[in-house]
Design a protein around this ligand. Structure first.
Ligand SMILES: [Zn+2]
Length: 149
C-alpha cells in the first residue's frame, strides 16, 4: 500500500483530503486576498476614524457655522441698506435664507438628478425695500447685488 498514511487522497481519510483541498484553495487565493484585505482594512480604519472623530467634528462644524452666523448678524445690525438706508438686521438675513432655499429647491425641481455646485451670493434682502445684498466675508461688509442670486 504505497498510498497508505501519507497522502490525503486515501478515501479512508476523506476528512483530511477535504481539509487539504480547502487549505490549498486558501493558499491559491491568498495573494489577491491579502491586497484586498489591506484595502478593506484601510477603508475600515478611515471609516472608524470618521466615526470616532464625528462627535468632535460635527459640533465643531456647527460651532464654526454659528460663529460665522453671529458675526454676519452683528454686521447686518449695523449696516444700512444700500438702496433705501434702512438697517438690514436679522429680518433681512432670514428673508435671504428663505429665498435662497427656494432658489435651490427650484433648481433641483427643474433639473432632477443633477448635482449642483452652488456658490451662495445672496445673504441679505432689505425688509423695507427688497434690496438684495451679498456678503463679503473678508471685508466683513454687505454689498448690493446686481444680479438676483
Ligand atoms: Zn432697502
Amino acid at each position: 500500500m504505497a498510498h497508505h498514511g501519507g497522502l490525503p487522497y486515501d478515501p479512508r481519510q476523506s476528512t483530511d483530503a477535504l481539509l487539504f483541498l480547502v487549505s490549498q484553495a486558501g493558499n491559491a487565493v491568498k495573494p489577491a486576498n491579502a491586497s484586498a484585505r489591506i484595502h478593506q482594512a484601510s477603508f475600515l480604519l478611515i471609516a472608524a476614524l470618521v466615526v470616532i472623530a464625528s462627535p468632535v467634528l460635527i459640533p465643531v462644524a456647527f460651532a464654526l457655522h454659528a460663529r460665522d452666523r453671529r458675526a454676519m448678524l452683528a454686521i447686518a445690525e449695523r449696516t444700512q441698506c444700500k438702496l433705501c438706508g434702512a438697517t438690514l438686521g436679522a429680518a433681512s438675513l432670514e428673508q435671504a435664507d428663505r429665498e435662497w432655499a427656494e432658489h435651490v429647491a427650484a433648481l433641483h425641481r427643474d433639473r432632477p438628478g443633477i448635482r449642483f455646485r452652488l456658490v451662495r451670493c445672496l445673504w441679505a434682502i432689505c425688509a423695507a425695500c427688497g434690496g438684495r445684498h451679498g456678503f463679503n466675508a473678508e471685508r466683513r461688509l454687505f454689498t448690493l447685488l446686481d444680479s438676483d442670486f
